[in-house]
Design a protein around this ligand. Structure first.
Ligand code: AMP
Length: 285
């Protein structure tokens, strides 16, 4: 695997590759690579001749400086894992490389950036669109791969790609879970053993909503939220059952062609998110 720290280095490599008429897949990450990230690399390798993974802890999407500082950055083991998956190239830029000057543009995300995750993390999705736009401009991939785990992020990026008419296909890949159902996340390393045990309640509660169709979606969501709140180590932030296109709550189980339950909770000090499709599933954009 070749490692590039500059945009120009990566672009030179990619233009050489493109002379061979290859297709390029991009997997953007913030590192602390786990099986969830590696599954995106595998998806990309199955569909493209060249796979580029990027690792960049994007400061503009953090509204909490402590969270940014605490974000794990095990670069050596990340490189090793990506090497073992036969990823072709790793883009590992510095903050200065990606943000030579302050970003000012903002995008109308049609309200997607102010609900659910956006409500708890003001400015987060504007930061996400800024960095993903820069990565897509740099790599100009045929396809870019994202995880369903950050489903709202996938919707926001789809909106951004439509807005700029970017010639890229976005692919939403299923969430990879630990054996007990906890969604894999770089933040899981912060969980103590008691918190790790508690954390499984997040996915368990979301999966239980699939079996709650005798009560309304709103009631199922409220009950799920209460279940989470009853655990001494868990502070739920939201749990909603929504239309998977708009992320607006649905009134009944036939209220939208695709329905998704999404939740965020603090387990101890660690903030975790997860989601489960109740109706329909993930899709290619
Ligand atoms: P992150 O490094 O957390 O920003 O994630 C980078 C990409 O990996 C995003 O598209 C995430 O949605 C995706 N991802 C993170 N965790 C998982 C998981 N458990 N399963 C599948 N994809 C994931």
């Amino acid at each position: 695997m070749q490692v590039f720290k500059t945009r120009s280095g990566l672009r030179t490599y990619l233009s050489e590759q493109r002379r061979k008429q290859v297709q390029v897949g991009l997997v953007p990450t913030m590192g602390a690579i786990h099986q969830g990230h590696l599954s995106l690399v595998e998806h990309s390798k199955a569909e493209n001749e060249v796979t580029v993974c990027s690792i960049f802890v994007n400061p503009t999407q953090f509204n909490d400086p402590e969270d940014l500082e605490k974000y794990p950055r095990p670069v050596e083991s990340d490189i090793e894992q990506l090497n073992n998956t036969s990823c072709d190239a790793l883009f590992l830029p510095s903050v200065k490389e990606m943000y030579p000057e302050k970003e000012h543009w903002q995008l109308d995300l049609e309200g997607l950036d102010i609900l659910l995750e956006g409500k708890s993390r003001p400015g987060h999705y504007q930061g996400v669109t800024q960095i993903v736009k820069k990565l897509l401009d740099t790599v100009q991939p045929d396809r870019a791969y994202f995880g369903q785990k950050d489903y709202q992020q996938f919707l926001v990026i789809s909106r951004m790609v439509r807005h700029f008419n970017l010639p890229v296909k976005l692919v939403c890949c299923p969430t990879v879970r630990e054996a007990d159902g906890l969604a894999m996340s770089s933040r899981n390393v912060h969980l103590s053993s008691g918190e790790r045990e508690a954390a499984v309640l997040l996915s368990r509660t979301l999966f239980r909503i699939r079996e709650s169709t005798k009560i309304s979606p709103g009631k199922a969501a409220r009950q799920g939220f209460q279940t989470l709140g009853q655990h001494p180590l868990i502070t739920p932030e939201y749990l909603e059952v929504t239309d998977a296109e708009t992320l607006q709550p649905v009134q009944d189980w036939n209220g939208a062609p695709r329905i998704i339950a999404l939740a965020a909770a603090r387990v101890g000090e660690t903030r975790l998110i997860d989601n489960v499709f109740i109706r329909g599933g993930y899709y290619y954009y």
